[in-house]
Design a protein around this ligand. Structure first.
Ligand code: ADP
Ligand code: MG
Length: 764
């Protein structure tokens, strides 16, 4: 048999059945994927224990000899049980194996070895189920020498850590371990993608050695070194891929969209009409963006800023710059045609963006820039008109949901794509938008000869991504490592504060009543109230996909029904003291125009209390809303709650946020809520979130771009390593942008890109 490589498919290496099981359970298909299925932890065999006085429930290692073996049919289930009794002369112990008759061939009476496992008791008999064991080669029993050898072998064995793999009921850890042993044994020489120099500088184990030691360590030092080496590789390859991608994107051609200088331009007019001065952070971000738009390569920038920090104004200025930027034509500079697209995650938000853009522009600029809204639910005739305005170039600002990505949306000259709330969009959507610029700018529709699109062959639009979720630096590096970052930390002056309180219903059931009365007082004073519930209807699960950081069922009593919009609406409507109060509900299950109408009515003050799911989460702006009550607040993540409460306190009145919860004091859920109540600093909360959250969740949702999950790297814990790996990757790319000196790494990048394409195919 020829040796296996990392790219070999598993069926040829571990057998068809095991391969199928590995694929079903963990989507492992190749030797590489299997070997990167690393142990979650290692258990210690510990010191040798005599068979007298074995502690039930503990892991033990015993040195013993097989007494007898028998196989019997199970009484209650299908299948056969292999039972072996072992002895060390002081006592006996039973080993049991389910459906593994083949072990009878090695566990012959008289065989000596070491047995390790967890002691359990069954009908008064102590036993080890599916123990790990290692038998000694046959030696003459009874000799002094043999006994000494046994002891030495036993000590080495007892020191050897037992890898514990992420496993399933059908595919237990020990059978994964077996498959991995087969793969390691079959594996031929492995070429290390990392240059020798890098291995030396970073003190890394060669790849094949690291893979061997992570799975078959002789002692704890082995797996620790292997973990460190593999973890660095993981961080390094990820950063290298991101940086390489960024370089590639940054090198692509883009049409420069320089600002119009002087006081006569649209941007100058817009600034003059603004009822406020930009904050320093806004100005700084705006200047950076303005300069990047003027370059002949696409901008790729992430704009981070708290809810209400004024990102939209910054984006709007960029859109105006693109619209009025003069285009180079064969006849020289001509007035520009540049269009911008603003992509929002939900219809409600797209509609709201549209309204606030129209408001902010004022009638004169609206006339000049003709902003349009495109959503999948708009009436056909209206949509056709909008699409024509987009294709003809008249509409300079195009606002919509992902419907903008569909094929029938053709731009005349897309210069800038703005994506709001990046965490809901993945890398592939960014790419889809980028392609719109390329294809459509280059080839105007035939027959659309009235105006010829400017020649921008192969040019890509500039890209601005906005997020209100403060992202800790290392997460940003990992999830958005291909983007440059601007941060708006400072909130506009005069912003009213928000007070947040946890209302612990378990300890203080009566306080719920206080919350409803408090809301009523606010309504009486002319203000408006949001009530947020995790579910739409009673007995339902939360709406939509699970949010990052949300409590899991296991973490919290899942049996208790969640507060729902329907039931809360009915409850409030039925209260005598709420008679005459305008109450409405808003959920993602409603028809888009109903949602929109409700949101509009709330914004206009026609509704006093809006009972909603998290559809109101991002960006919604109703300055007169001053109270937010969140029911079952523990069902939401930290960043989500922080975003939610950003809906209140946006006007002249301070905001009040009440987090109702039945989570007990001291639970993680409660701790999350206390954290939210303790600070308004989104960055501090983001760090806290990282601390409390199970790591896997972060990249899972933040990066829906579809990279396979990280193995050893935890953005929560390995910030320094990520930083370091990034700078190593940076300097390598600096010296050798095409990785000529490291062909192995070039292959890694190729594989990475391939993987992304496959993931995208799988999603479409
Ligand atoms: P974001 O998109 O970051 O959540 P917005 O751009 O929607 O924030 O701004 C929130 C509100 O603050 C808007 O009503 C906007 O007009 C206002 N605003 C923006 N920048 C300033 C500023 N520098 N001073 C005062 N108000 C501002
Ligand atoms: Mg916004």
């Amino acid at each position: 048999m020829t040796a296996a490589t990392l790219d070999s498919r598993l069926d040829g290496v571990v057998g068809g059945r095991t391969a199928a099981a590995l694929q079903r359970a963990f989507e492992l298909r190749t030797v590489r994927e299997l070997l990167w299925h690393v142990p979650r932890r290692y258990s210690n065999r510990g010191d040798l224990t005599p068979l007298t006085g074995l502690p039930v429930g503990e892991h033990v290692t015993v040195l013993a000899q097989v007494l007898d073996v028998r196989e019997r049919r199970m009484q209650r289930r299908n299948g056969k049980l292999l039972e072996a009794r072992i002895t060390d002369g002081t006592g006996t112990l039973q080993l049991t194996f389910f459906n593994q008759a083949w072990r009878a061939a090695e566990l012959v009476p008289g065989a000596r070895g070491i047995f390790a496992g967890k002691v359990s008791e069954y009908r008064g008999q102590l036993q080890l189920q599916h123990p790990d064991y290692e038998l000694f080669e046959d030696r003459e029993v009874g000799s002094q020498e043999a006994a000494a050898l046994d002891r030495a072998a036993a000590r080495a064995y007892a020191e050897r850590p037992v890898p514990i793999y992420p496993a399933t009921a059908k595919l237990p850890s020990w059978s994964i371990q077996q498959a991995i042993a087969l793969a390691l044994d079959a594996l031929g020489p492995v070429e290390d993608p990392l240059p020798a120099e890098l291995l030396r500088d970073e003190g890394l184990l060669p790849l094949s050695r690291a893979l061997e030691l992570i799975h078959r360590p002789e002692n704890a030092g082995d797996w620790r070194r292997a973990q460190e080496s593999l973890r660095f590789r993981e961080a390094f390859e990820l950063q290298l891929a991101l940086l390489h991608r960024r370089r590639g994107l940054g090198a692509a051609p883009a049409a420069p969209r320089p600002p119009v200088e002087g006081e006569g331009g649209l941007l100058a007019a817009f600034d003059r009409a603004l009822p406020f001065a930009l904050t320093n952070d806004q100005r700084r971000a705006a200047e950076t963006i303005s300069a990047e738009l003027a370059r002949p390569h696409p901008m790729h920038r992430l704009l981070q800023g708290e809810v209400g920090s004024g990102k939209t104004v910054v984006a709007l200025r960029a859109m105006i710059q693109v619209a009025e930027s003069p285009a180079e034509t064969e006849a020289g500079a001509a007035p520009g045609d540049g269009q911008s697209a603003l992509l929002a995650p939900t219809e409600v938000l797209a509609a709201q963006h549209f309204r606030s853009v129209v408001d902010a522009l004022g009638p004169e600029l609206v006339e000049r820039l003709q902003p349009v809204l495109i959503t999948s639910s708009m009436p056909a005739a209206e949509k056709r008109r909008a699409l024509l305005a987009v294709a003809g170039g008249g509409a300079r600002i195009v606002i919509g949901t992902h419907a903008l990505l569909s094929d029938n949306v053709a731009f005349y000259d897309l210069g800038l794509a703005v994506i709001d709330e990046q965490h809901r969009f993945g890398v592939e959507q960014r790419d889809a938008l980028r392609r719109k610029g390329t294809v459509l700018g280059a080839e105007p529709e035939e027959g659309d000869a009235k105006r010829e699109a400017p020649r921008r062959k192969g040019a890509q639009p500039h890209l601005l991504v906005m997020t209100a979720t403060p992202i800790p630096r290392t997460v940003a590096l990992t999830a958005f490592g291909d983007l440059e970052t601007s941060v708006i930390r400072e909130l506009p002056a005069g912003r009213q504060g928000i007070e947040t309180f946890v209302v612990p219903l378990l300890e203080r059931p009566k306080w719920a009543e206080r919350a409803w009365v408090r809301a009523l007082e606010e309504v009486a004073a002319g203000r408006q109230v949001y009530v947020v519930c995790p579910a739409i209807a009673p007995g339902e699960r939360e709406e939509g996909e699970r949010e990052e950081g949300e409590a899991t069922d296991a973490e919290e009593g899942a049996a208790r029904p969640l507060a729902s919009v329907e039931q809360t609406f009915a409850e409030l409507s039925g209260r005598a003291d709420y008679a005459g109060i305008g109450i409405a509900s808003l959920t993602g299950a409603m028809r888009p125009d109903d949602k929109d109408a409700t949101m509009r009515a709330f914004a206009a003050g026609g509704i006093d209390v809006l009972v909603a799911t998290t559809v109101i989460e991002v960006g919604v702006n109703v300055p007169n809303a001053s109270v937010m009550i969140v029911r079952d607040a523990d069902r939401f993540g930290i960043s989500q709650l922080h975003q939610l409460r950003g809906r209140v306190g946006r006007g002249d009145h301070p905001g009040l946020c009440l987090l109702l919860t039945a989570a007990p004091t001291g639970s993680v859920a409660r701790e999350r809520l206390e954290a939210v109540a303790a600070t308004l600093d989104g960055f501090e909360l983001a760090e806290k979130d990282l601390e409390l959250r199970r790591e896997g969740d972060i990249l899972g949702t933040a990066q829906s771009g579809g990279r396979s999950a990280l193995r050893l790297l935890r953005v929560t814990e390995h910030g320094e390593l990520i930083d370091h790996a990034r700078s190593v990757a940076e300097s390598l790319l600096e010296r050798d942008p095409e990785l000529m000196s490291a062909p192995g790494l070039a292959e890694v990048l190729e594989r990475e890109a391939q993987q992304r394409r496959l993931d995208n195919l799988a999603k479409s």
